[in-house]
Write a protein that binds this ligand. Sequence first.
Ligand SMILES: [Zn+2]
Ligand SMILES: [Zn+2]
Ligand SMILES: [Zn+2]
Length: 155
Amino acid sequence: MNKQAVKRILNKAHDMCVHSGNRLTEKRKRILELLVTSKIPLSAYEVASAYNETADAAMPAMSVYRILEFLESEQLVHKLTSANKYVACSHITCDHRHEVPQFLICGNCQSVKEIAITKSIIDDLDLQVKKAGYKLMNSQLELDCLCDDCVSKAA
Ligand SMILES: [Zn+2]
Ligand SMILES: [Zn+2]
Ligand SMILES: [Zn+2]
């Protein structure tokens, strides 16, 4: 991703925070930038060490967690529950409403793609869960995949 694209994302993220009455502080912005520019999802620990590599003062792990939580609440980053890692939202510069995100995760190169699944599929899932006597608490899907690159390399 080029510098301009990253800047556009960070500017839009800043506007989104202002819109919701919050502030994208320099630290929050830097952490978001690390995730936006990372090709693979990062754990909180990996985010912290990447941050501390370039920062003047080391940030305690607790602060990193709090910032990730904040960015998650603003839908600027998403948490992959299965891997316990974070990815930047790929729709930050979009103007459409954010749906429940679904993720395709390549088991070989760890690349992740955020996709939108037809609402009717999620509704059906919800219905089946209800019928089974459970309540769906999180309809975010994380699907184990191989990306096209890895498929063609393996062939
Ligand atoms: Zn998203
Ligand atoms: Zn979008
Ligand atoms: Zn792959």
